[in-house]
Ligand binder design. Structure first.
Ligand SMILES: [Zn+2]
Length: 158
């Protein structure tokens, strides 16, 4: 275990403040043992940043971590994801300059043990790809979903 040194806000060129001194990363986990592929979402607790919206598990990257390590660690902490049943397929980088958010697209052939594992979320769901845009999404996910959706489809063909 390394130091948790990534917690903090960055004032970004885009005019917003973002969480994660070294950027942030999230896991877009695709379940492939169901008739149609489904993606894992968590409903963020009301007290959190972006509370009451559906988001990917994720958070601040630490200085010693790459994006994949950060995304998997956060997914394990927040949703109990069993990392050894997850296969990483693609990393989508939303680079703002001083800050970036990397979304790690990965596959699993089970529910990967997903459950509410810490107080940051109040509900979890596996959503069909076409259902995601109909949910009330966290602003970051809402913005990137148009890019993430076709990339996720691509990982299912490769
Ligand atoms: Zn920004």
């Amino acid at each position: 275990m390394g130091m948790r040194d990534g917690d903090g806000w960055v004032d970004c060129n885009c005019g917003f403040r973002h969480w994660g001194l070294f950027g942030a990363a999230g896991l877009l986990l695709v379940r492939r043992d169901t008739p149609e592929p489904k993606v894992l979402l968590q409903l963020r607790a009301a007290w959190t940043h972006g509370g009451g919206t559906w988001a990917l598990p994720g958070g601040a990257r630490d200085s010693h971590e790459d994006s994949v390590a950060a995304a998997l660690r956060e997914a394990h902490e927040e949703m109990g994801i069993e990392i050894d049943v997850v296969t990483v397929k693609h990393v989508f980088s939303d680079d703002h300059g001083p800050w970036r958010y990397d979304t790690v697209i990965a596959h699993t052939m089970s529910d990967a043990g997903a459950h509410i594992a810490n107080p940051e979320s109040t509900e979890t769901q596996w959503a069909l790809l076409d259902e995601v845009e109909n949910l009330i999404l966290h602003p970051g996910l809402a913005q990137s979903w148009a890019s993430l959706k076709p990339l996720t489809h691509q990982t299912l063909i490769d």
